[in-house]
Ligand binder design. Sequence first.
Ligand SMILES: Nc1ncnc2c1ncn2[C@@H]1O[C@H](COP(=O)(O)OP(=O)(O)OP(=O)(O)O)[C@@H](O)[C@H]1O
Ligand SMILES: CC(=O)N[C@H]1[C@@H]2OC[C@@H](O2)[C@@H](O)[C@@H]1O[C@H](C)C(=O)O
Length: 387
Amino acid sequence: MTYVIGLISGTSADGIDAALVDISGSGYELDVELVAAETYGYSQELQQDILAIAAGELLSMPQLAQLDDRIARAFSQAALNIQQGHPPAELIGSHGQTVFHRPPNGTLGYSVQLGRGEAIANLSQIPTISNFRRADLAAGGHGAPLVPPIDACLLGHPTQTQCVQNLGGIGNVTYLPANSRENRDGVYGWDTGPANSLLDLAIYHLSQGRQSYDKNGEWAATGTPCQPLLETWMQDPYFQQPPPKSTGREYFGAQFWNLCQQQADDRTLAPADLLATLTEFTALSIASEYQNFLPHMPDRVLLCGGGSRNSYLKSRIAHHLSPIPVLTTDDVGLNAEFKEAIAFAVLAYWRSHGVPGNLPQVTGAQSFQLLGEVHLTSEAIATMVAS
Ligand SMILES: Nc1ncnc2c1ncn2[C@@H]1O[C@H](COP(=O)(O)OP(=O)(O)OP(=O)(O)O)[C@@H](O)[C@H]1O
Ligand SMILES: CC(=O)N[C@H]1[C@@H]2OC[C@@H](O2)[C@@H](O)[C@@H]1O[C@H](C)C(=O)O
């Protein structure tokens, strides 16, 4: 039994998801129990600074160092908070905060996660594993998505073929054929495109900064999707590209939103219709990615991530995938909101036991890799030096 803390702030940069899990077993035969989970919101100032550089704002090196410090402090505080009242954690697996992601394209990919692991280890005094994407990128992969092998381990079903669809800022799918807990050869996964990133930008703009997301899709549900705009957006080259593929806010972020807004203005689209069109875009792009790139359509779809709470979005996904049942991972006993945080705890556990964390057929890497860089605490280093 090992207590491990998983930490991540995703592309929405809304705050740090922290999960304290109790892990036992080895390789893919794991027993993972969620002990505590919490989201620690970033201050509005920190969120704005992160979103600004993710949207291309320039920073000097001192400003970059300061931002990295602020994020590392917030992550270590999240770790200390989540473990309060529980047995001490032996390990932290921290994804950090993605601020830049460039998929490989003739040259190696490049992905930057701030909130450096050595600072988290130093501040929390808990050994920390971070930079999980690097080894996969170095092997020619996208470094993303990394969650599919954890989905196979925690959600693989003996007889059913399933898709696990994450709806964060960006959407990503894991395809799990029957028996994928035992055999991962047929497991696939890639980023399907935008999930909430464009919707969140639209809501923020349309509500003059009063709302950061469309709670349960209530506003979008009052509108009607604009078919010609949807057809234009679905022509985007990302949806023609076969997997392996990954994307981020550099692509489906501020610039893409500005274009959507301009096109909506040209058509004098009402705010609710624009939100309905963006919600439909997420649902339709997911269904189209499945139809174009999955080996088989699944027996059922399990949603997770913040967007799985958006009942209107969920109903539009179910409409486009009908008659395939669309559930959430909560329905099968895995917390839909904290699955990514749990995944980084498992990746840290695998790293500490020498188990490779990537699936080359998912990320496009040339080979299996041990993922993550290990940062010992200053106390542990001092003990090693003394002995
Ligand atoms: N009740 C809700 N109704 C509608 N949308 C919601 C609700 N709760 C959360 N969301 C959406 O989920 C988003 C956050 O999701 P999540 O935390 O999974 O994203 P992330 O982890 O930042 O992204 P990624 O998985 O791309 O890294 C919010 O920005 C919001 O758009
Ligand atoms: C570079 C980066 O941070 N990518 C994220 C992002 O958010 C969702 C999707 O795009 C996914 O590919 C990935 O995160 C999850 C945790 C993953 O690696 O599986």
